[in-house]
Ligand binder design. Structure first.
Ligand SMILES: Cc1cc2nc3c(=O)[nH]c(=O)nc-3n(C[C@H](O)[C@H](O)[C@H](O)COP(=O)(O)O)c2cc1C
Length: 407
């Protein structure tokens, strides 16, 4: 599939901090995401990691000198070529230089001469980071339009503990996606998408519950695809797999996620946030039935036990869509997939329904892959997305929805 970073020229300015070796892992990660990665090393960075390492990882020549006769005015060409510049790790020294317009080496000159979006990834010991001079310089860079990442906290190379560590690569990747997507104009740019994720939990008694096998992977894959298309997401998540949640929050943090438990909680959260959104994307596997809750643990007895289940309130059926927001439903079916999906599209007055199969070899539930069919209101065609990783299909479906809502 076309990755968001495919063909994008990303320049990493590596400066002379102890975390310089981590820039090698970052370069390799971005290269695997199909970006064209360029490296500029400061003289001091080259004392920590050699240019050969970066050349081998990126397949591109590494720029170390300002006056290099082998390349045509390199600071201008790399500055113009770059879709994004990362300074990672950024020393206190280069931060001070960039904040004050100093251009005395290839890194600082490129930063001054490029109009590309720039992300600063500070990494240094806590005293250096918290020094008011560094903080002042970082604020100046923010005011000049740079994106500045907050370092991680923890044990430092110098043996102390505090803020100043190089962030995890996933978090840098999340920032790259947000920065690049903010620069492109798409039909979904700045649209607010309310996404429901995972399964709900319906309690039987204080220790038992009924739930389903939804992992939330589909919802998180769609959330990432929406973010990459320039939209803002708010996720209402029920019971989801830890791995799917960690994978999302390690990139984008936890600010945009509301955790809930039951179908009733999900309905309340959707109702409370619906007015704010431009699109409701109902991806969650919300329970259709709930048991009558017992305040006391149901005691084991001889013979079988019957549970009486009552209907939960249908979120989509009862939503008041007075301002014609776009509503997307999901139909997870074991059989008659198309027929049931189309019925849902009509009965619940949806703009789109996405059908997926939840049985057999290619079941979508709980796994990494799915095949999807997108049906749009008033459009006869069905768009089939074959069995692929959920992340790949999510990007394709979001792109298609963007095209269809534009028309
Ligand atoms: C062993 C060692 C580790 C260093 N680690 C850092 C660091 O993590 N962060 C930082 O801002 N400076 C660090 N410094 C200081 C920088 O290397 C120094 O400020 C240098 O001038 C930075 O040059 P540059 O910004 O041109 O790469 C370290 C210095 C040494 C000797």
């Amino acid at each position: 599939m076309k990755s968001l970073l495919e063909g994008k020229h990303i320049t990493i300015c590596v400066t002379g901090g102890i975390a310089a070796y981590k820039a090698a892992a970052l370069a390799s990660f971005l290269k695997k995401k199909k970006a064209e990665v360029h490296i500029i090393l400061t003289k001091n960075a080259a004392r920590f990691v050699s240019a050969i390492t970066f050349k081998s990882l990126t397949g591109n020549p590494v720029i170390t000198k300002m006056f290099d006769s082998s390349s045509f005015i390199p600071h201008i060409s790399i500055a113009q070529l770059s879709d994004l510049i990362l300074v990672a790790p950024a020393t206190a020294n280069v931060i001070a230089k960039a904040a004050n317009g100093i251009a005395d080496d290839m890194v600082s000159t490129t930063l001054l001469s490029s109009t590309a979006p720039k992300i600063i990834v500070p990494a240094m010991n806590t005293a250096m980071y918290e020094n008011p001079i560094t903080q002042h310089n970082l604020k100046k860079l923010i005011n000049f339009g740079f994106d500045v990442m907050e370092p991680d906290s923890g044990e430092m190379a110098c043996g102390t503990s505090g803020k100043g560590r190089f962030p995890e690569i996933n978090r840098i990747y999340g920032k790259i996606i947000q920065t690049l997507s903010a620069k492109q104009v798409t039909p979904l740019s700045n649209k607010k998408i309310l996404i429901t994720a995972g399964g709900t939990i319906e309690d039987i008694d204080p220790v038992r519950y009924i739930s389903n096998r939804s992992s939330g992977q589909t919802a998180f894959a769609f959330a990432e695809a929406f973010i990459a298309t320039g939209a803002k997401v708010h996720i209402i998540a029920g019971h989801v797999s830890e791995r799917a949640l960690d994978n999302f929050t390690s990139k984008f943090g936890t600010n945009d996620i509301t955790m809930i438990r039951s179908a009733a909680d999900m309905k309340k959260a959707v109702d409370e946030n619906f007015e704010e959104c431009d699109m409701l994307f109902m991806c969650a596997a919300v329970a259709d039935y709930k048991p009558n809750y017992s305040n006391h643990k149901i005691k084991k007895a001889d013979g079988s036990l019957s549970l009486e289940l009552s209907r939960t309130e249908d979120i989509l059926q009862n939503i008041k869509n007075d301002s014609n927001k776009i509503i997307v439903g999901f139909a997870a079916e074991t059989d008659n997939i198309e027929e049931y999906a189309l019925k849902k599209l009509e009965k619940k007055n949806l703009d789109f329904v996405i059908a997926n199969k939840v049985c057999g070899n290619e079941s979508a539930i709980g796994g990494e892959c799915s095949s999807l069919i997108l049906f749009a209101k008033d459009k006869k065609e069905q768009i089939i997305f074959p069995y692929l990783p959920k992340t790949e299909n999510a990007f394709k479906v979001v792109e298609k929805i963007g095209e269809l809502i534009k028309d």
